[in-house]
Design a protein around this ligand. Structure first.
Ligand SMILES: *Cc1c(COP(=O)(O)O)cnc(C)c1O
Length: 304
């Protein structure tokens, strides 16, 4: 298993007329480059859980997620990289054919346990509370779904050690569980606004979740949660989004994924066109990875 390469993280300027015409600048922080499977923000959210598991001599990582979860894939790969056995509790009944992500997770040795949605909900809460299987729990490191916990947010805060954060007025990211958003708010300078683009259609809990991951309300005040760029919902897409991703790649050589970063980049260019950002704004867009998810699209859909 390939190691994590933090030294590959780059800050790429995005030279698009839509930004220069509006007197703003944008850079992309390329977390997608650190590892092909433990992609982007997932390693940052896992890192402190893994540190603790190593220190406490745990043998197995237990976590949960859906069949298309980048977190499950990252946990499976991290297990292989750091020498843990892994178990993934997977939401829903076992399908006739595993999703590409589950196939890869299984190939990396992850034990997959499929659960009905109802049982899954209960199990997920157990994992969150670390009340896992009492007999074996001293060997188990339980990581909440999506790395969504304080340790996950603290890990995500260290993303900003890989850029000069004071250079930016706005830090922009995609939102799934909200863990990365909370981490960026913890790690950013006090005057920075966090633009957080939700990729889910109905996500009424998200404010509460982010609140729980932050040490005080002064952090939340700096977050702008945007709910209008989900393109139909989680992992849904439209031709307009895929066309945009191709065009963005043509002009910047930066690839994106259709679940998260494509929607983020679309949102930010759309907001720039609508003059959302004040003149002189300097934006940092977080490329949180996820490119392997594009493999579920028909071949030839994307030009990269
Ligand atoms: C998981 C993921 C996100 C969302 O991160 P959260 O911390 O769950 O909000 C964003 N981008 C990519 C590529 C991801 O895989």
């Amino acid at each position: 298993m390939q190691d994590i390469h933090l030294n590959k993280i780059a800050v790429d300027p995005v030279n698009l007329p839509i930004f220069s015409d509006n007197n703003i600048s944008a850079d992309v922080l390329r977390l997608d480059k650190i590892h092909p499977l433990i992609s982007g923000n997932k390693w940052f959210k896992l890192r402190y859980y893994l540190d603790e598991a190593i220190q406490e001599g745990k043998k197995r990582i237990l976590t949960s997620g859906g069949a298309w979860s980048n977190h499950i894939l990252a946990a499976a790969a991290a297990g292989q990289l750091y020498g843990f056995k892994t178990t993934g509790k997977i939401r829903g009944e076992e399908p006739a054919e595993l999703s590409p992500i589950l196939q890869q997770a299984k190939a990396m040795g992850m034990e997959l346990v499929f659960m009905s949605r109802e049982n899954y909900g209960r199990e997920r809460r157990f994992i969150e509370k670390k009340r896992v299987d009492l007999d074996s729990s001293k060997d188990l490191c339980a990581i909440p779904e999506g790395g969504c916990g304080i340790k996950g947010a603290e890990g995500a805060a260290t993303i900003l050690e890989h850029c000069t954060k004071e250079n930016y007025t706005h830090i922009c990211c995609a939102v799934g569980t909200g863990t990365m958003t909370a981490g960026l708010a913890r790690g950013a300078s006090l005057t920075t606004t966090i633009i957080a683009v939700s990729v889910l259609k109905n996500n009424p809990e998200i404010e509460k979740i982010i609140h729980a991951l932050l040490p005080g309300s002064s952090y939340e005040k700096r977050i702008r949660l945007l709910h209008d760029y989900h393109f139909g919902g989680y992992a849904k897409h439209k031709p307009e989004l895929l066309d945009f991703m191709n065009e963005f790649y043509r002009q910047t050589s930066i690839p994106s994924d259709f679940v998260y970063t494509g929607k983020l980049f679309y949102a930010i260019t759309d907001l720039a066109a609508k003059k959302y950002f004040p003149t002189g704004s300097r934006l940092l867009l977080i490329h949180s990875g996820g490119l392997q998810g594009n493999s579920s699209l028909d071949k030839g859909t994307l030009i990269f």
